[in-house]
Design a protein. Structure first.
Length: 289
């Protein structure tokens, strides 16, 4: 089964840190359950666009939110998570599993849902290939991940505050892909009929410090491999949080979430025409001939 590149020099994220952050988040998830549920429901709404009945779903990294929503729709689900503590929150059969090295046999599921769980993966194309292999023919992948612009207000505020305090800036917010690249990632991983669109969630904080609290509570603390491991300047976070844009005296931050849908290739799907098989020419269509 295909997995990530083994060269640590090519890794953007520290997976050991990701695991630690998710283990720690198991006790604090109630603080952010509403946000996680909102994001998961937006993703699962795509199930309403298909008449397929699903009988075996995999919840990848749903943090105890996705599996119950699938079960409420009558879809049996197995949950997996990098963190055993988070996997145990699913309220469903669950296993601890690394998204970069999935342990499932080919064709195990007819639906895979990965809600906000793939953005700390070093080889996203490789992980998507593994997910496609775990699907049965005509199986559906639903995935969401933050894209460029997510936490943009916080990223800008931290960079500008740290540059003013120290003359430089360390990476403190994860890099995110651009929306325009997401459908291409699905296609590269072998999915048929790939679609990527965007949902936007705006969060307002009366106490800006609670933004950092919520990121930590969700297991989203900085896990960039080249992060600065020294304690940050004492004034960094107060200065950055004070510089966040505001609306009605509340600090604003934005989550821009790509919603990805793709199907494992199957015999019943529409297929592109073979080159040269068209029965009408473009010139004829333009001239009425």
């Amino acid at each position: 089964m295909e997995g990530v590149n083994d060269d640590p020099a090519l890794h953007v994220f520290d997976r050991a840190a990701v695991r630690r952050h998710r283990d720690r988040a198991a006790a604090s998830l109630p603080l952010v359950a509403d946000i996680l549920r909102d994001a998961a429901e937006r993703l699962l709404d795509r199930l309403d666009d298909t008449t397929r009945r699903f009988t075996a779903a995999l919840d990848v990294g749903g943090r105890g939110v996705v599996a119950p929503l699938l079960q409420a729709r009558g879809i049996p689900a197995l949950a997996c998570d990098l963190s055993p503590a988070l996997a145990a929150r699913a309220g469903a059969p669950a296993v601890a599993a690394d998204e970069e090295w999935l342990p499932f046999a080919a064709g195990s599921f007819d639906l895979i849902v990965a809600s906000l769980s793939l953005h700390w993966v070093n080889d996203l194309p490789g992980a998507l290939i593994q997910l496609r292999q775990a699907l049965r023919p005509d199986g559906l992948l639903l995935a969401s991940l933050p894209v460029l612009g997510t936490l943009g207000e916080l990223r800008t505020a931290l960079t500008e505050a740290e540059a003013a305090l120290t003359g430089g800036a360390a990476p403190r917010v994860s890099p995110f892909p651009a929306l325009r690249d997401c459908a291409g990632l699905l296609q590269r991983a072998g999915f048929a009929l790939p679609v990527a669109d965007q949902e936007e969630i705006r969060l307002l904080y009366a106490e800006p410090l609670h933004l950092l609290r919520d990121l930590r509570a969700a297991g989203e603390a900085n896990a960039v491999r080249l992060r600065d491991r020294r304690p940050p300047p004492r004034l960094l976070f107060p200065a950055a949080l004070g510089a966040l844009p505001q609306e009605q005296a509340r600090a604003i931050t934005t989550l821009r979430i790509a919603i990805l849908t793709g199907w494992a290739p199957g015999p019943g799907q529409p297929q592109p025409l073979r080159p040269g098989s068209a029965t009408h020419s473009l010139a004829g269509a333009l001239t009425g001939g």
